[in-house]
Design a protein around this ligand. Sequence first.
Ligand SMILES: Nc1ncnc2c1ncn2[C@@H]1O[C@H](COS(=O)(=O)NC(=O)c2csc(-c3nc4ccc(O)cc4s3)n2)[C@@H](O)[C@H]1O
Length: 542
Amino acid sequence: MEVDKYVLHGPVSLCPLENTSAGKQIYNALRRHCHLPEAMIDAHTGQKLSYKELFETSCRLAQCLQRCGYKRNDVISVCSENNLHFFSPILAALCIGVVSAPLNDNYTQGELHNALNISKPGIIFCSEKVLPRMLEVKKQFSCIRRIILLDAEEDVGENESLSNFILRNSDESFRNFKPLDFDPDDQVAAIMCSSGTTGLPKGVMITHKNLAVRFTHVRDPRTGTQTIPGTTVLSFMPFFHGFGFCTNLGYFLVGNRIVMLKRFQPELFLRSIQDYEVRSVLAVPPIILFLAKSPIVDKYDLTSLKEIGVGAAPLGKEVGEAVAKRLNLEGIRQGYGLTEATLAVTFTPNNEFRPGSSGTVVPLMSAKVINIDNGESLGPNVVGELCFKGGLVMRGYAGNIKATKEAIDEDGWLHTGDLGYYDKEGHFYIVDRLKELIKYKGFQVPPAELEGLLLKHPCIKDAAVIGIPDELAGELPAAFVVKQPGKKLSEKEVFDYIANQVSSPKHLRGGVRFIDEIPKSATGKIVRKALRELAIKMNSKL
Ligand SMILES: Nc1ncnc2c1ncn2[C@@H]1O[C@H](COS(=O)(=O)NC(=O)c2csc(-c3nc4ccc(O)cc4s3)n2)[C@@H](O)[C@H]1O
């Protein structure tokens, strides 16, 4: 173990790290939970999926994929709003070493094109809502051999419904299906979209080993009550994002009763907690702000709620304290995570609530805070870049060795691009972001992606995008634009130009500002700090 006195190590894991694939672990867990009547409940319709149904559907799908010639390292994609069967193909893929590439169901065709270029799936499981876009994009990808509808009762054109795909490609011999054996450290389980510290979205390769480490956390009683089979949890984070993806896999492993929302709807969110007597929920800061401020919260009986976890973006200390007081909780469990490290790498351990802190290092991980000028490890209460090492760190970015080496150094330390510090008791506090990444309501907005689109506009000579602080959303994407000489262009035209090409979180809600020149360093990098200061000055004149 690292001897540097300023390296912090997570506590000894209370659950043994199983050296088997995540697929085998999930298979064995689902089989164990077959007596539990409810795995997932759709809060919109009341429709239920039992653990027996989830287990059998996943085994049947594994048999289907094998019969369709899918082997280890082949890729499937799932592109759908949260759905009862979102995870069935993913659980099947985990069992046979096929890689899952979940995609944002709100992606435009252009965004889907970029993402599919990374993962190149053979089958896409999508919802009827996504199908039209997927059919258009499919024309440019010869690798895509099938599109299967997760939420259709019957086939749609030549695209099979999930039930018909299973009917036509599996039989009762699925009961003999057994997950394959392979080295968990060697096998990629999922490719998740993330832009990392800079540039365009990349494909984060999460291995079976990464998931196995996460699975030790979900069974660790120090991480909360979600560790108890049958505990009812509310799940509404997008399943395609690392936060929702990995937490739900953990819920299945434990045998939780998952009440699912397709997206956050205030009344349904509160009514679901009340009616299903939800005990635990994971959320992003905007939802915590809602719980702190909305008058409708008092209309519902939320006394079943004993645990709220939050992460993916900064949470104001006062907001967390206000919600804990309003809901009669000891505190809000904060976690800090990134897609490149599977899920949370720091987390509020049992009953060690520190307002404003994102918790302590999780088991099987190590952390250090480094001086960004000389790379030296820093002691407590000194701000520097957060770095993490251990079993949660991704394999790398798919097909991008250069970006991988920029993120993970030769000693295996993941450089997060986040600034923070830890106190004398090892509680971490996130202070700011070194990296370009903008977080709008917990969603990633890569400036480079929007800058690339802006530079394609005939009236735009140069452009830069930054995040403007916002109490509700965290940050709002804002553009600085240099017009081509003699060209006319309005702020609304720029806003609409971007909005027509990208999904909602990337819209320029922070505004569009025209300037004569984008500030750049000697190496041609955009000086975003100068733009943040300019935005403050310009706003102060509004
Ligand atoms: N707690 C936090 N405070 C401040 N910023 C936070 C943060 N967590 C992520 N971030 C920011 O999001 C960036 C990463 O964005 S990302 O790639 O989209 N990934 C994520 O945001 C991400 C992936 S998993 C995950 C979490 N899992 C959890 C499980 C339990 C729990 O209680 C809390 C959490 S947070 N977050 C980080 O680099 C950082 O800039």
